[in-house]
Write a new protein. Structure first.
Length: 98
């Protein structure tokens, strides 16, 4: 294992994750993190020249569509039930004096 995780790093990660780890759990986490970093180092040995980076596994074309209003929100119907309305809004009684 080329990567060595220090105790301070595990303590800091525990604080960020809001975890209270026992000494045994800290040792296991150090071992797991070191093995993950070793695996990443192994992947970095691969020759990736000419390989285009990708953000999705499957080809993604433009997933956006034009916004088209299909159903009105019914605000006119809702305002029709209001005791009083003005300028497309409900009129409510004043509740706070100044």
């Amino acid at each position: 294992m080329a990567n060595v995780i220090r105790d301070e790093t595990i303590d800091y990660v525990g604080i960020l994750a809001k975890l209270e780890l026992s000494q045994e759990e800290k040792e296991a986490a150090k071992k797991d993190m070191a093995s993950m970093l070793d695996y990443i180092d192994k992947l970095n040995e691969l020759d990736t020249t000419g390989v285009e980076p990708m953000s999705h596994v499957f080809p993604v074309n433009n997933v956006f569509r034009e916004d088209v209003v299909e159903n009105p929100d019914g605000s006119e119907d809702a305002l029709a039930n209001a005791p009083e309305s003005r300028d497309s809004a409900y009129v409510v009684p004043k509740t706070v004096d100044q």
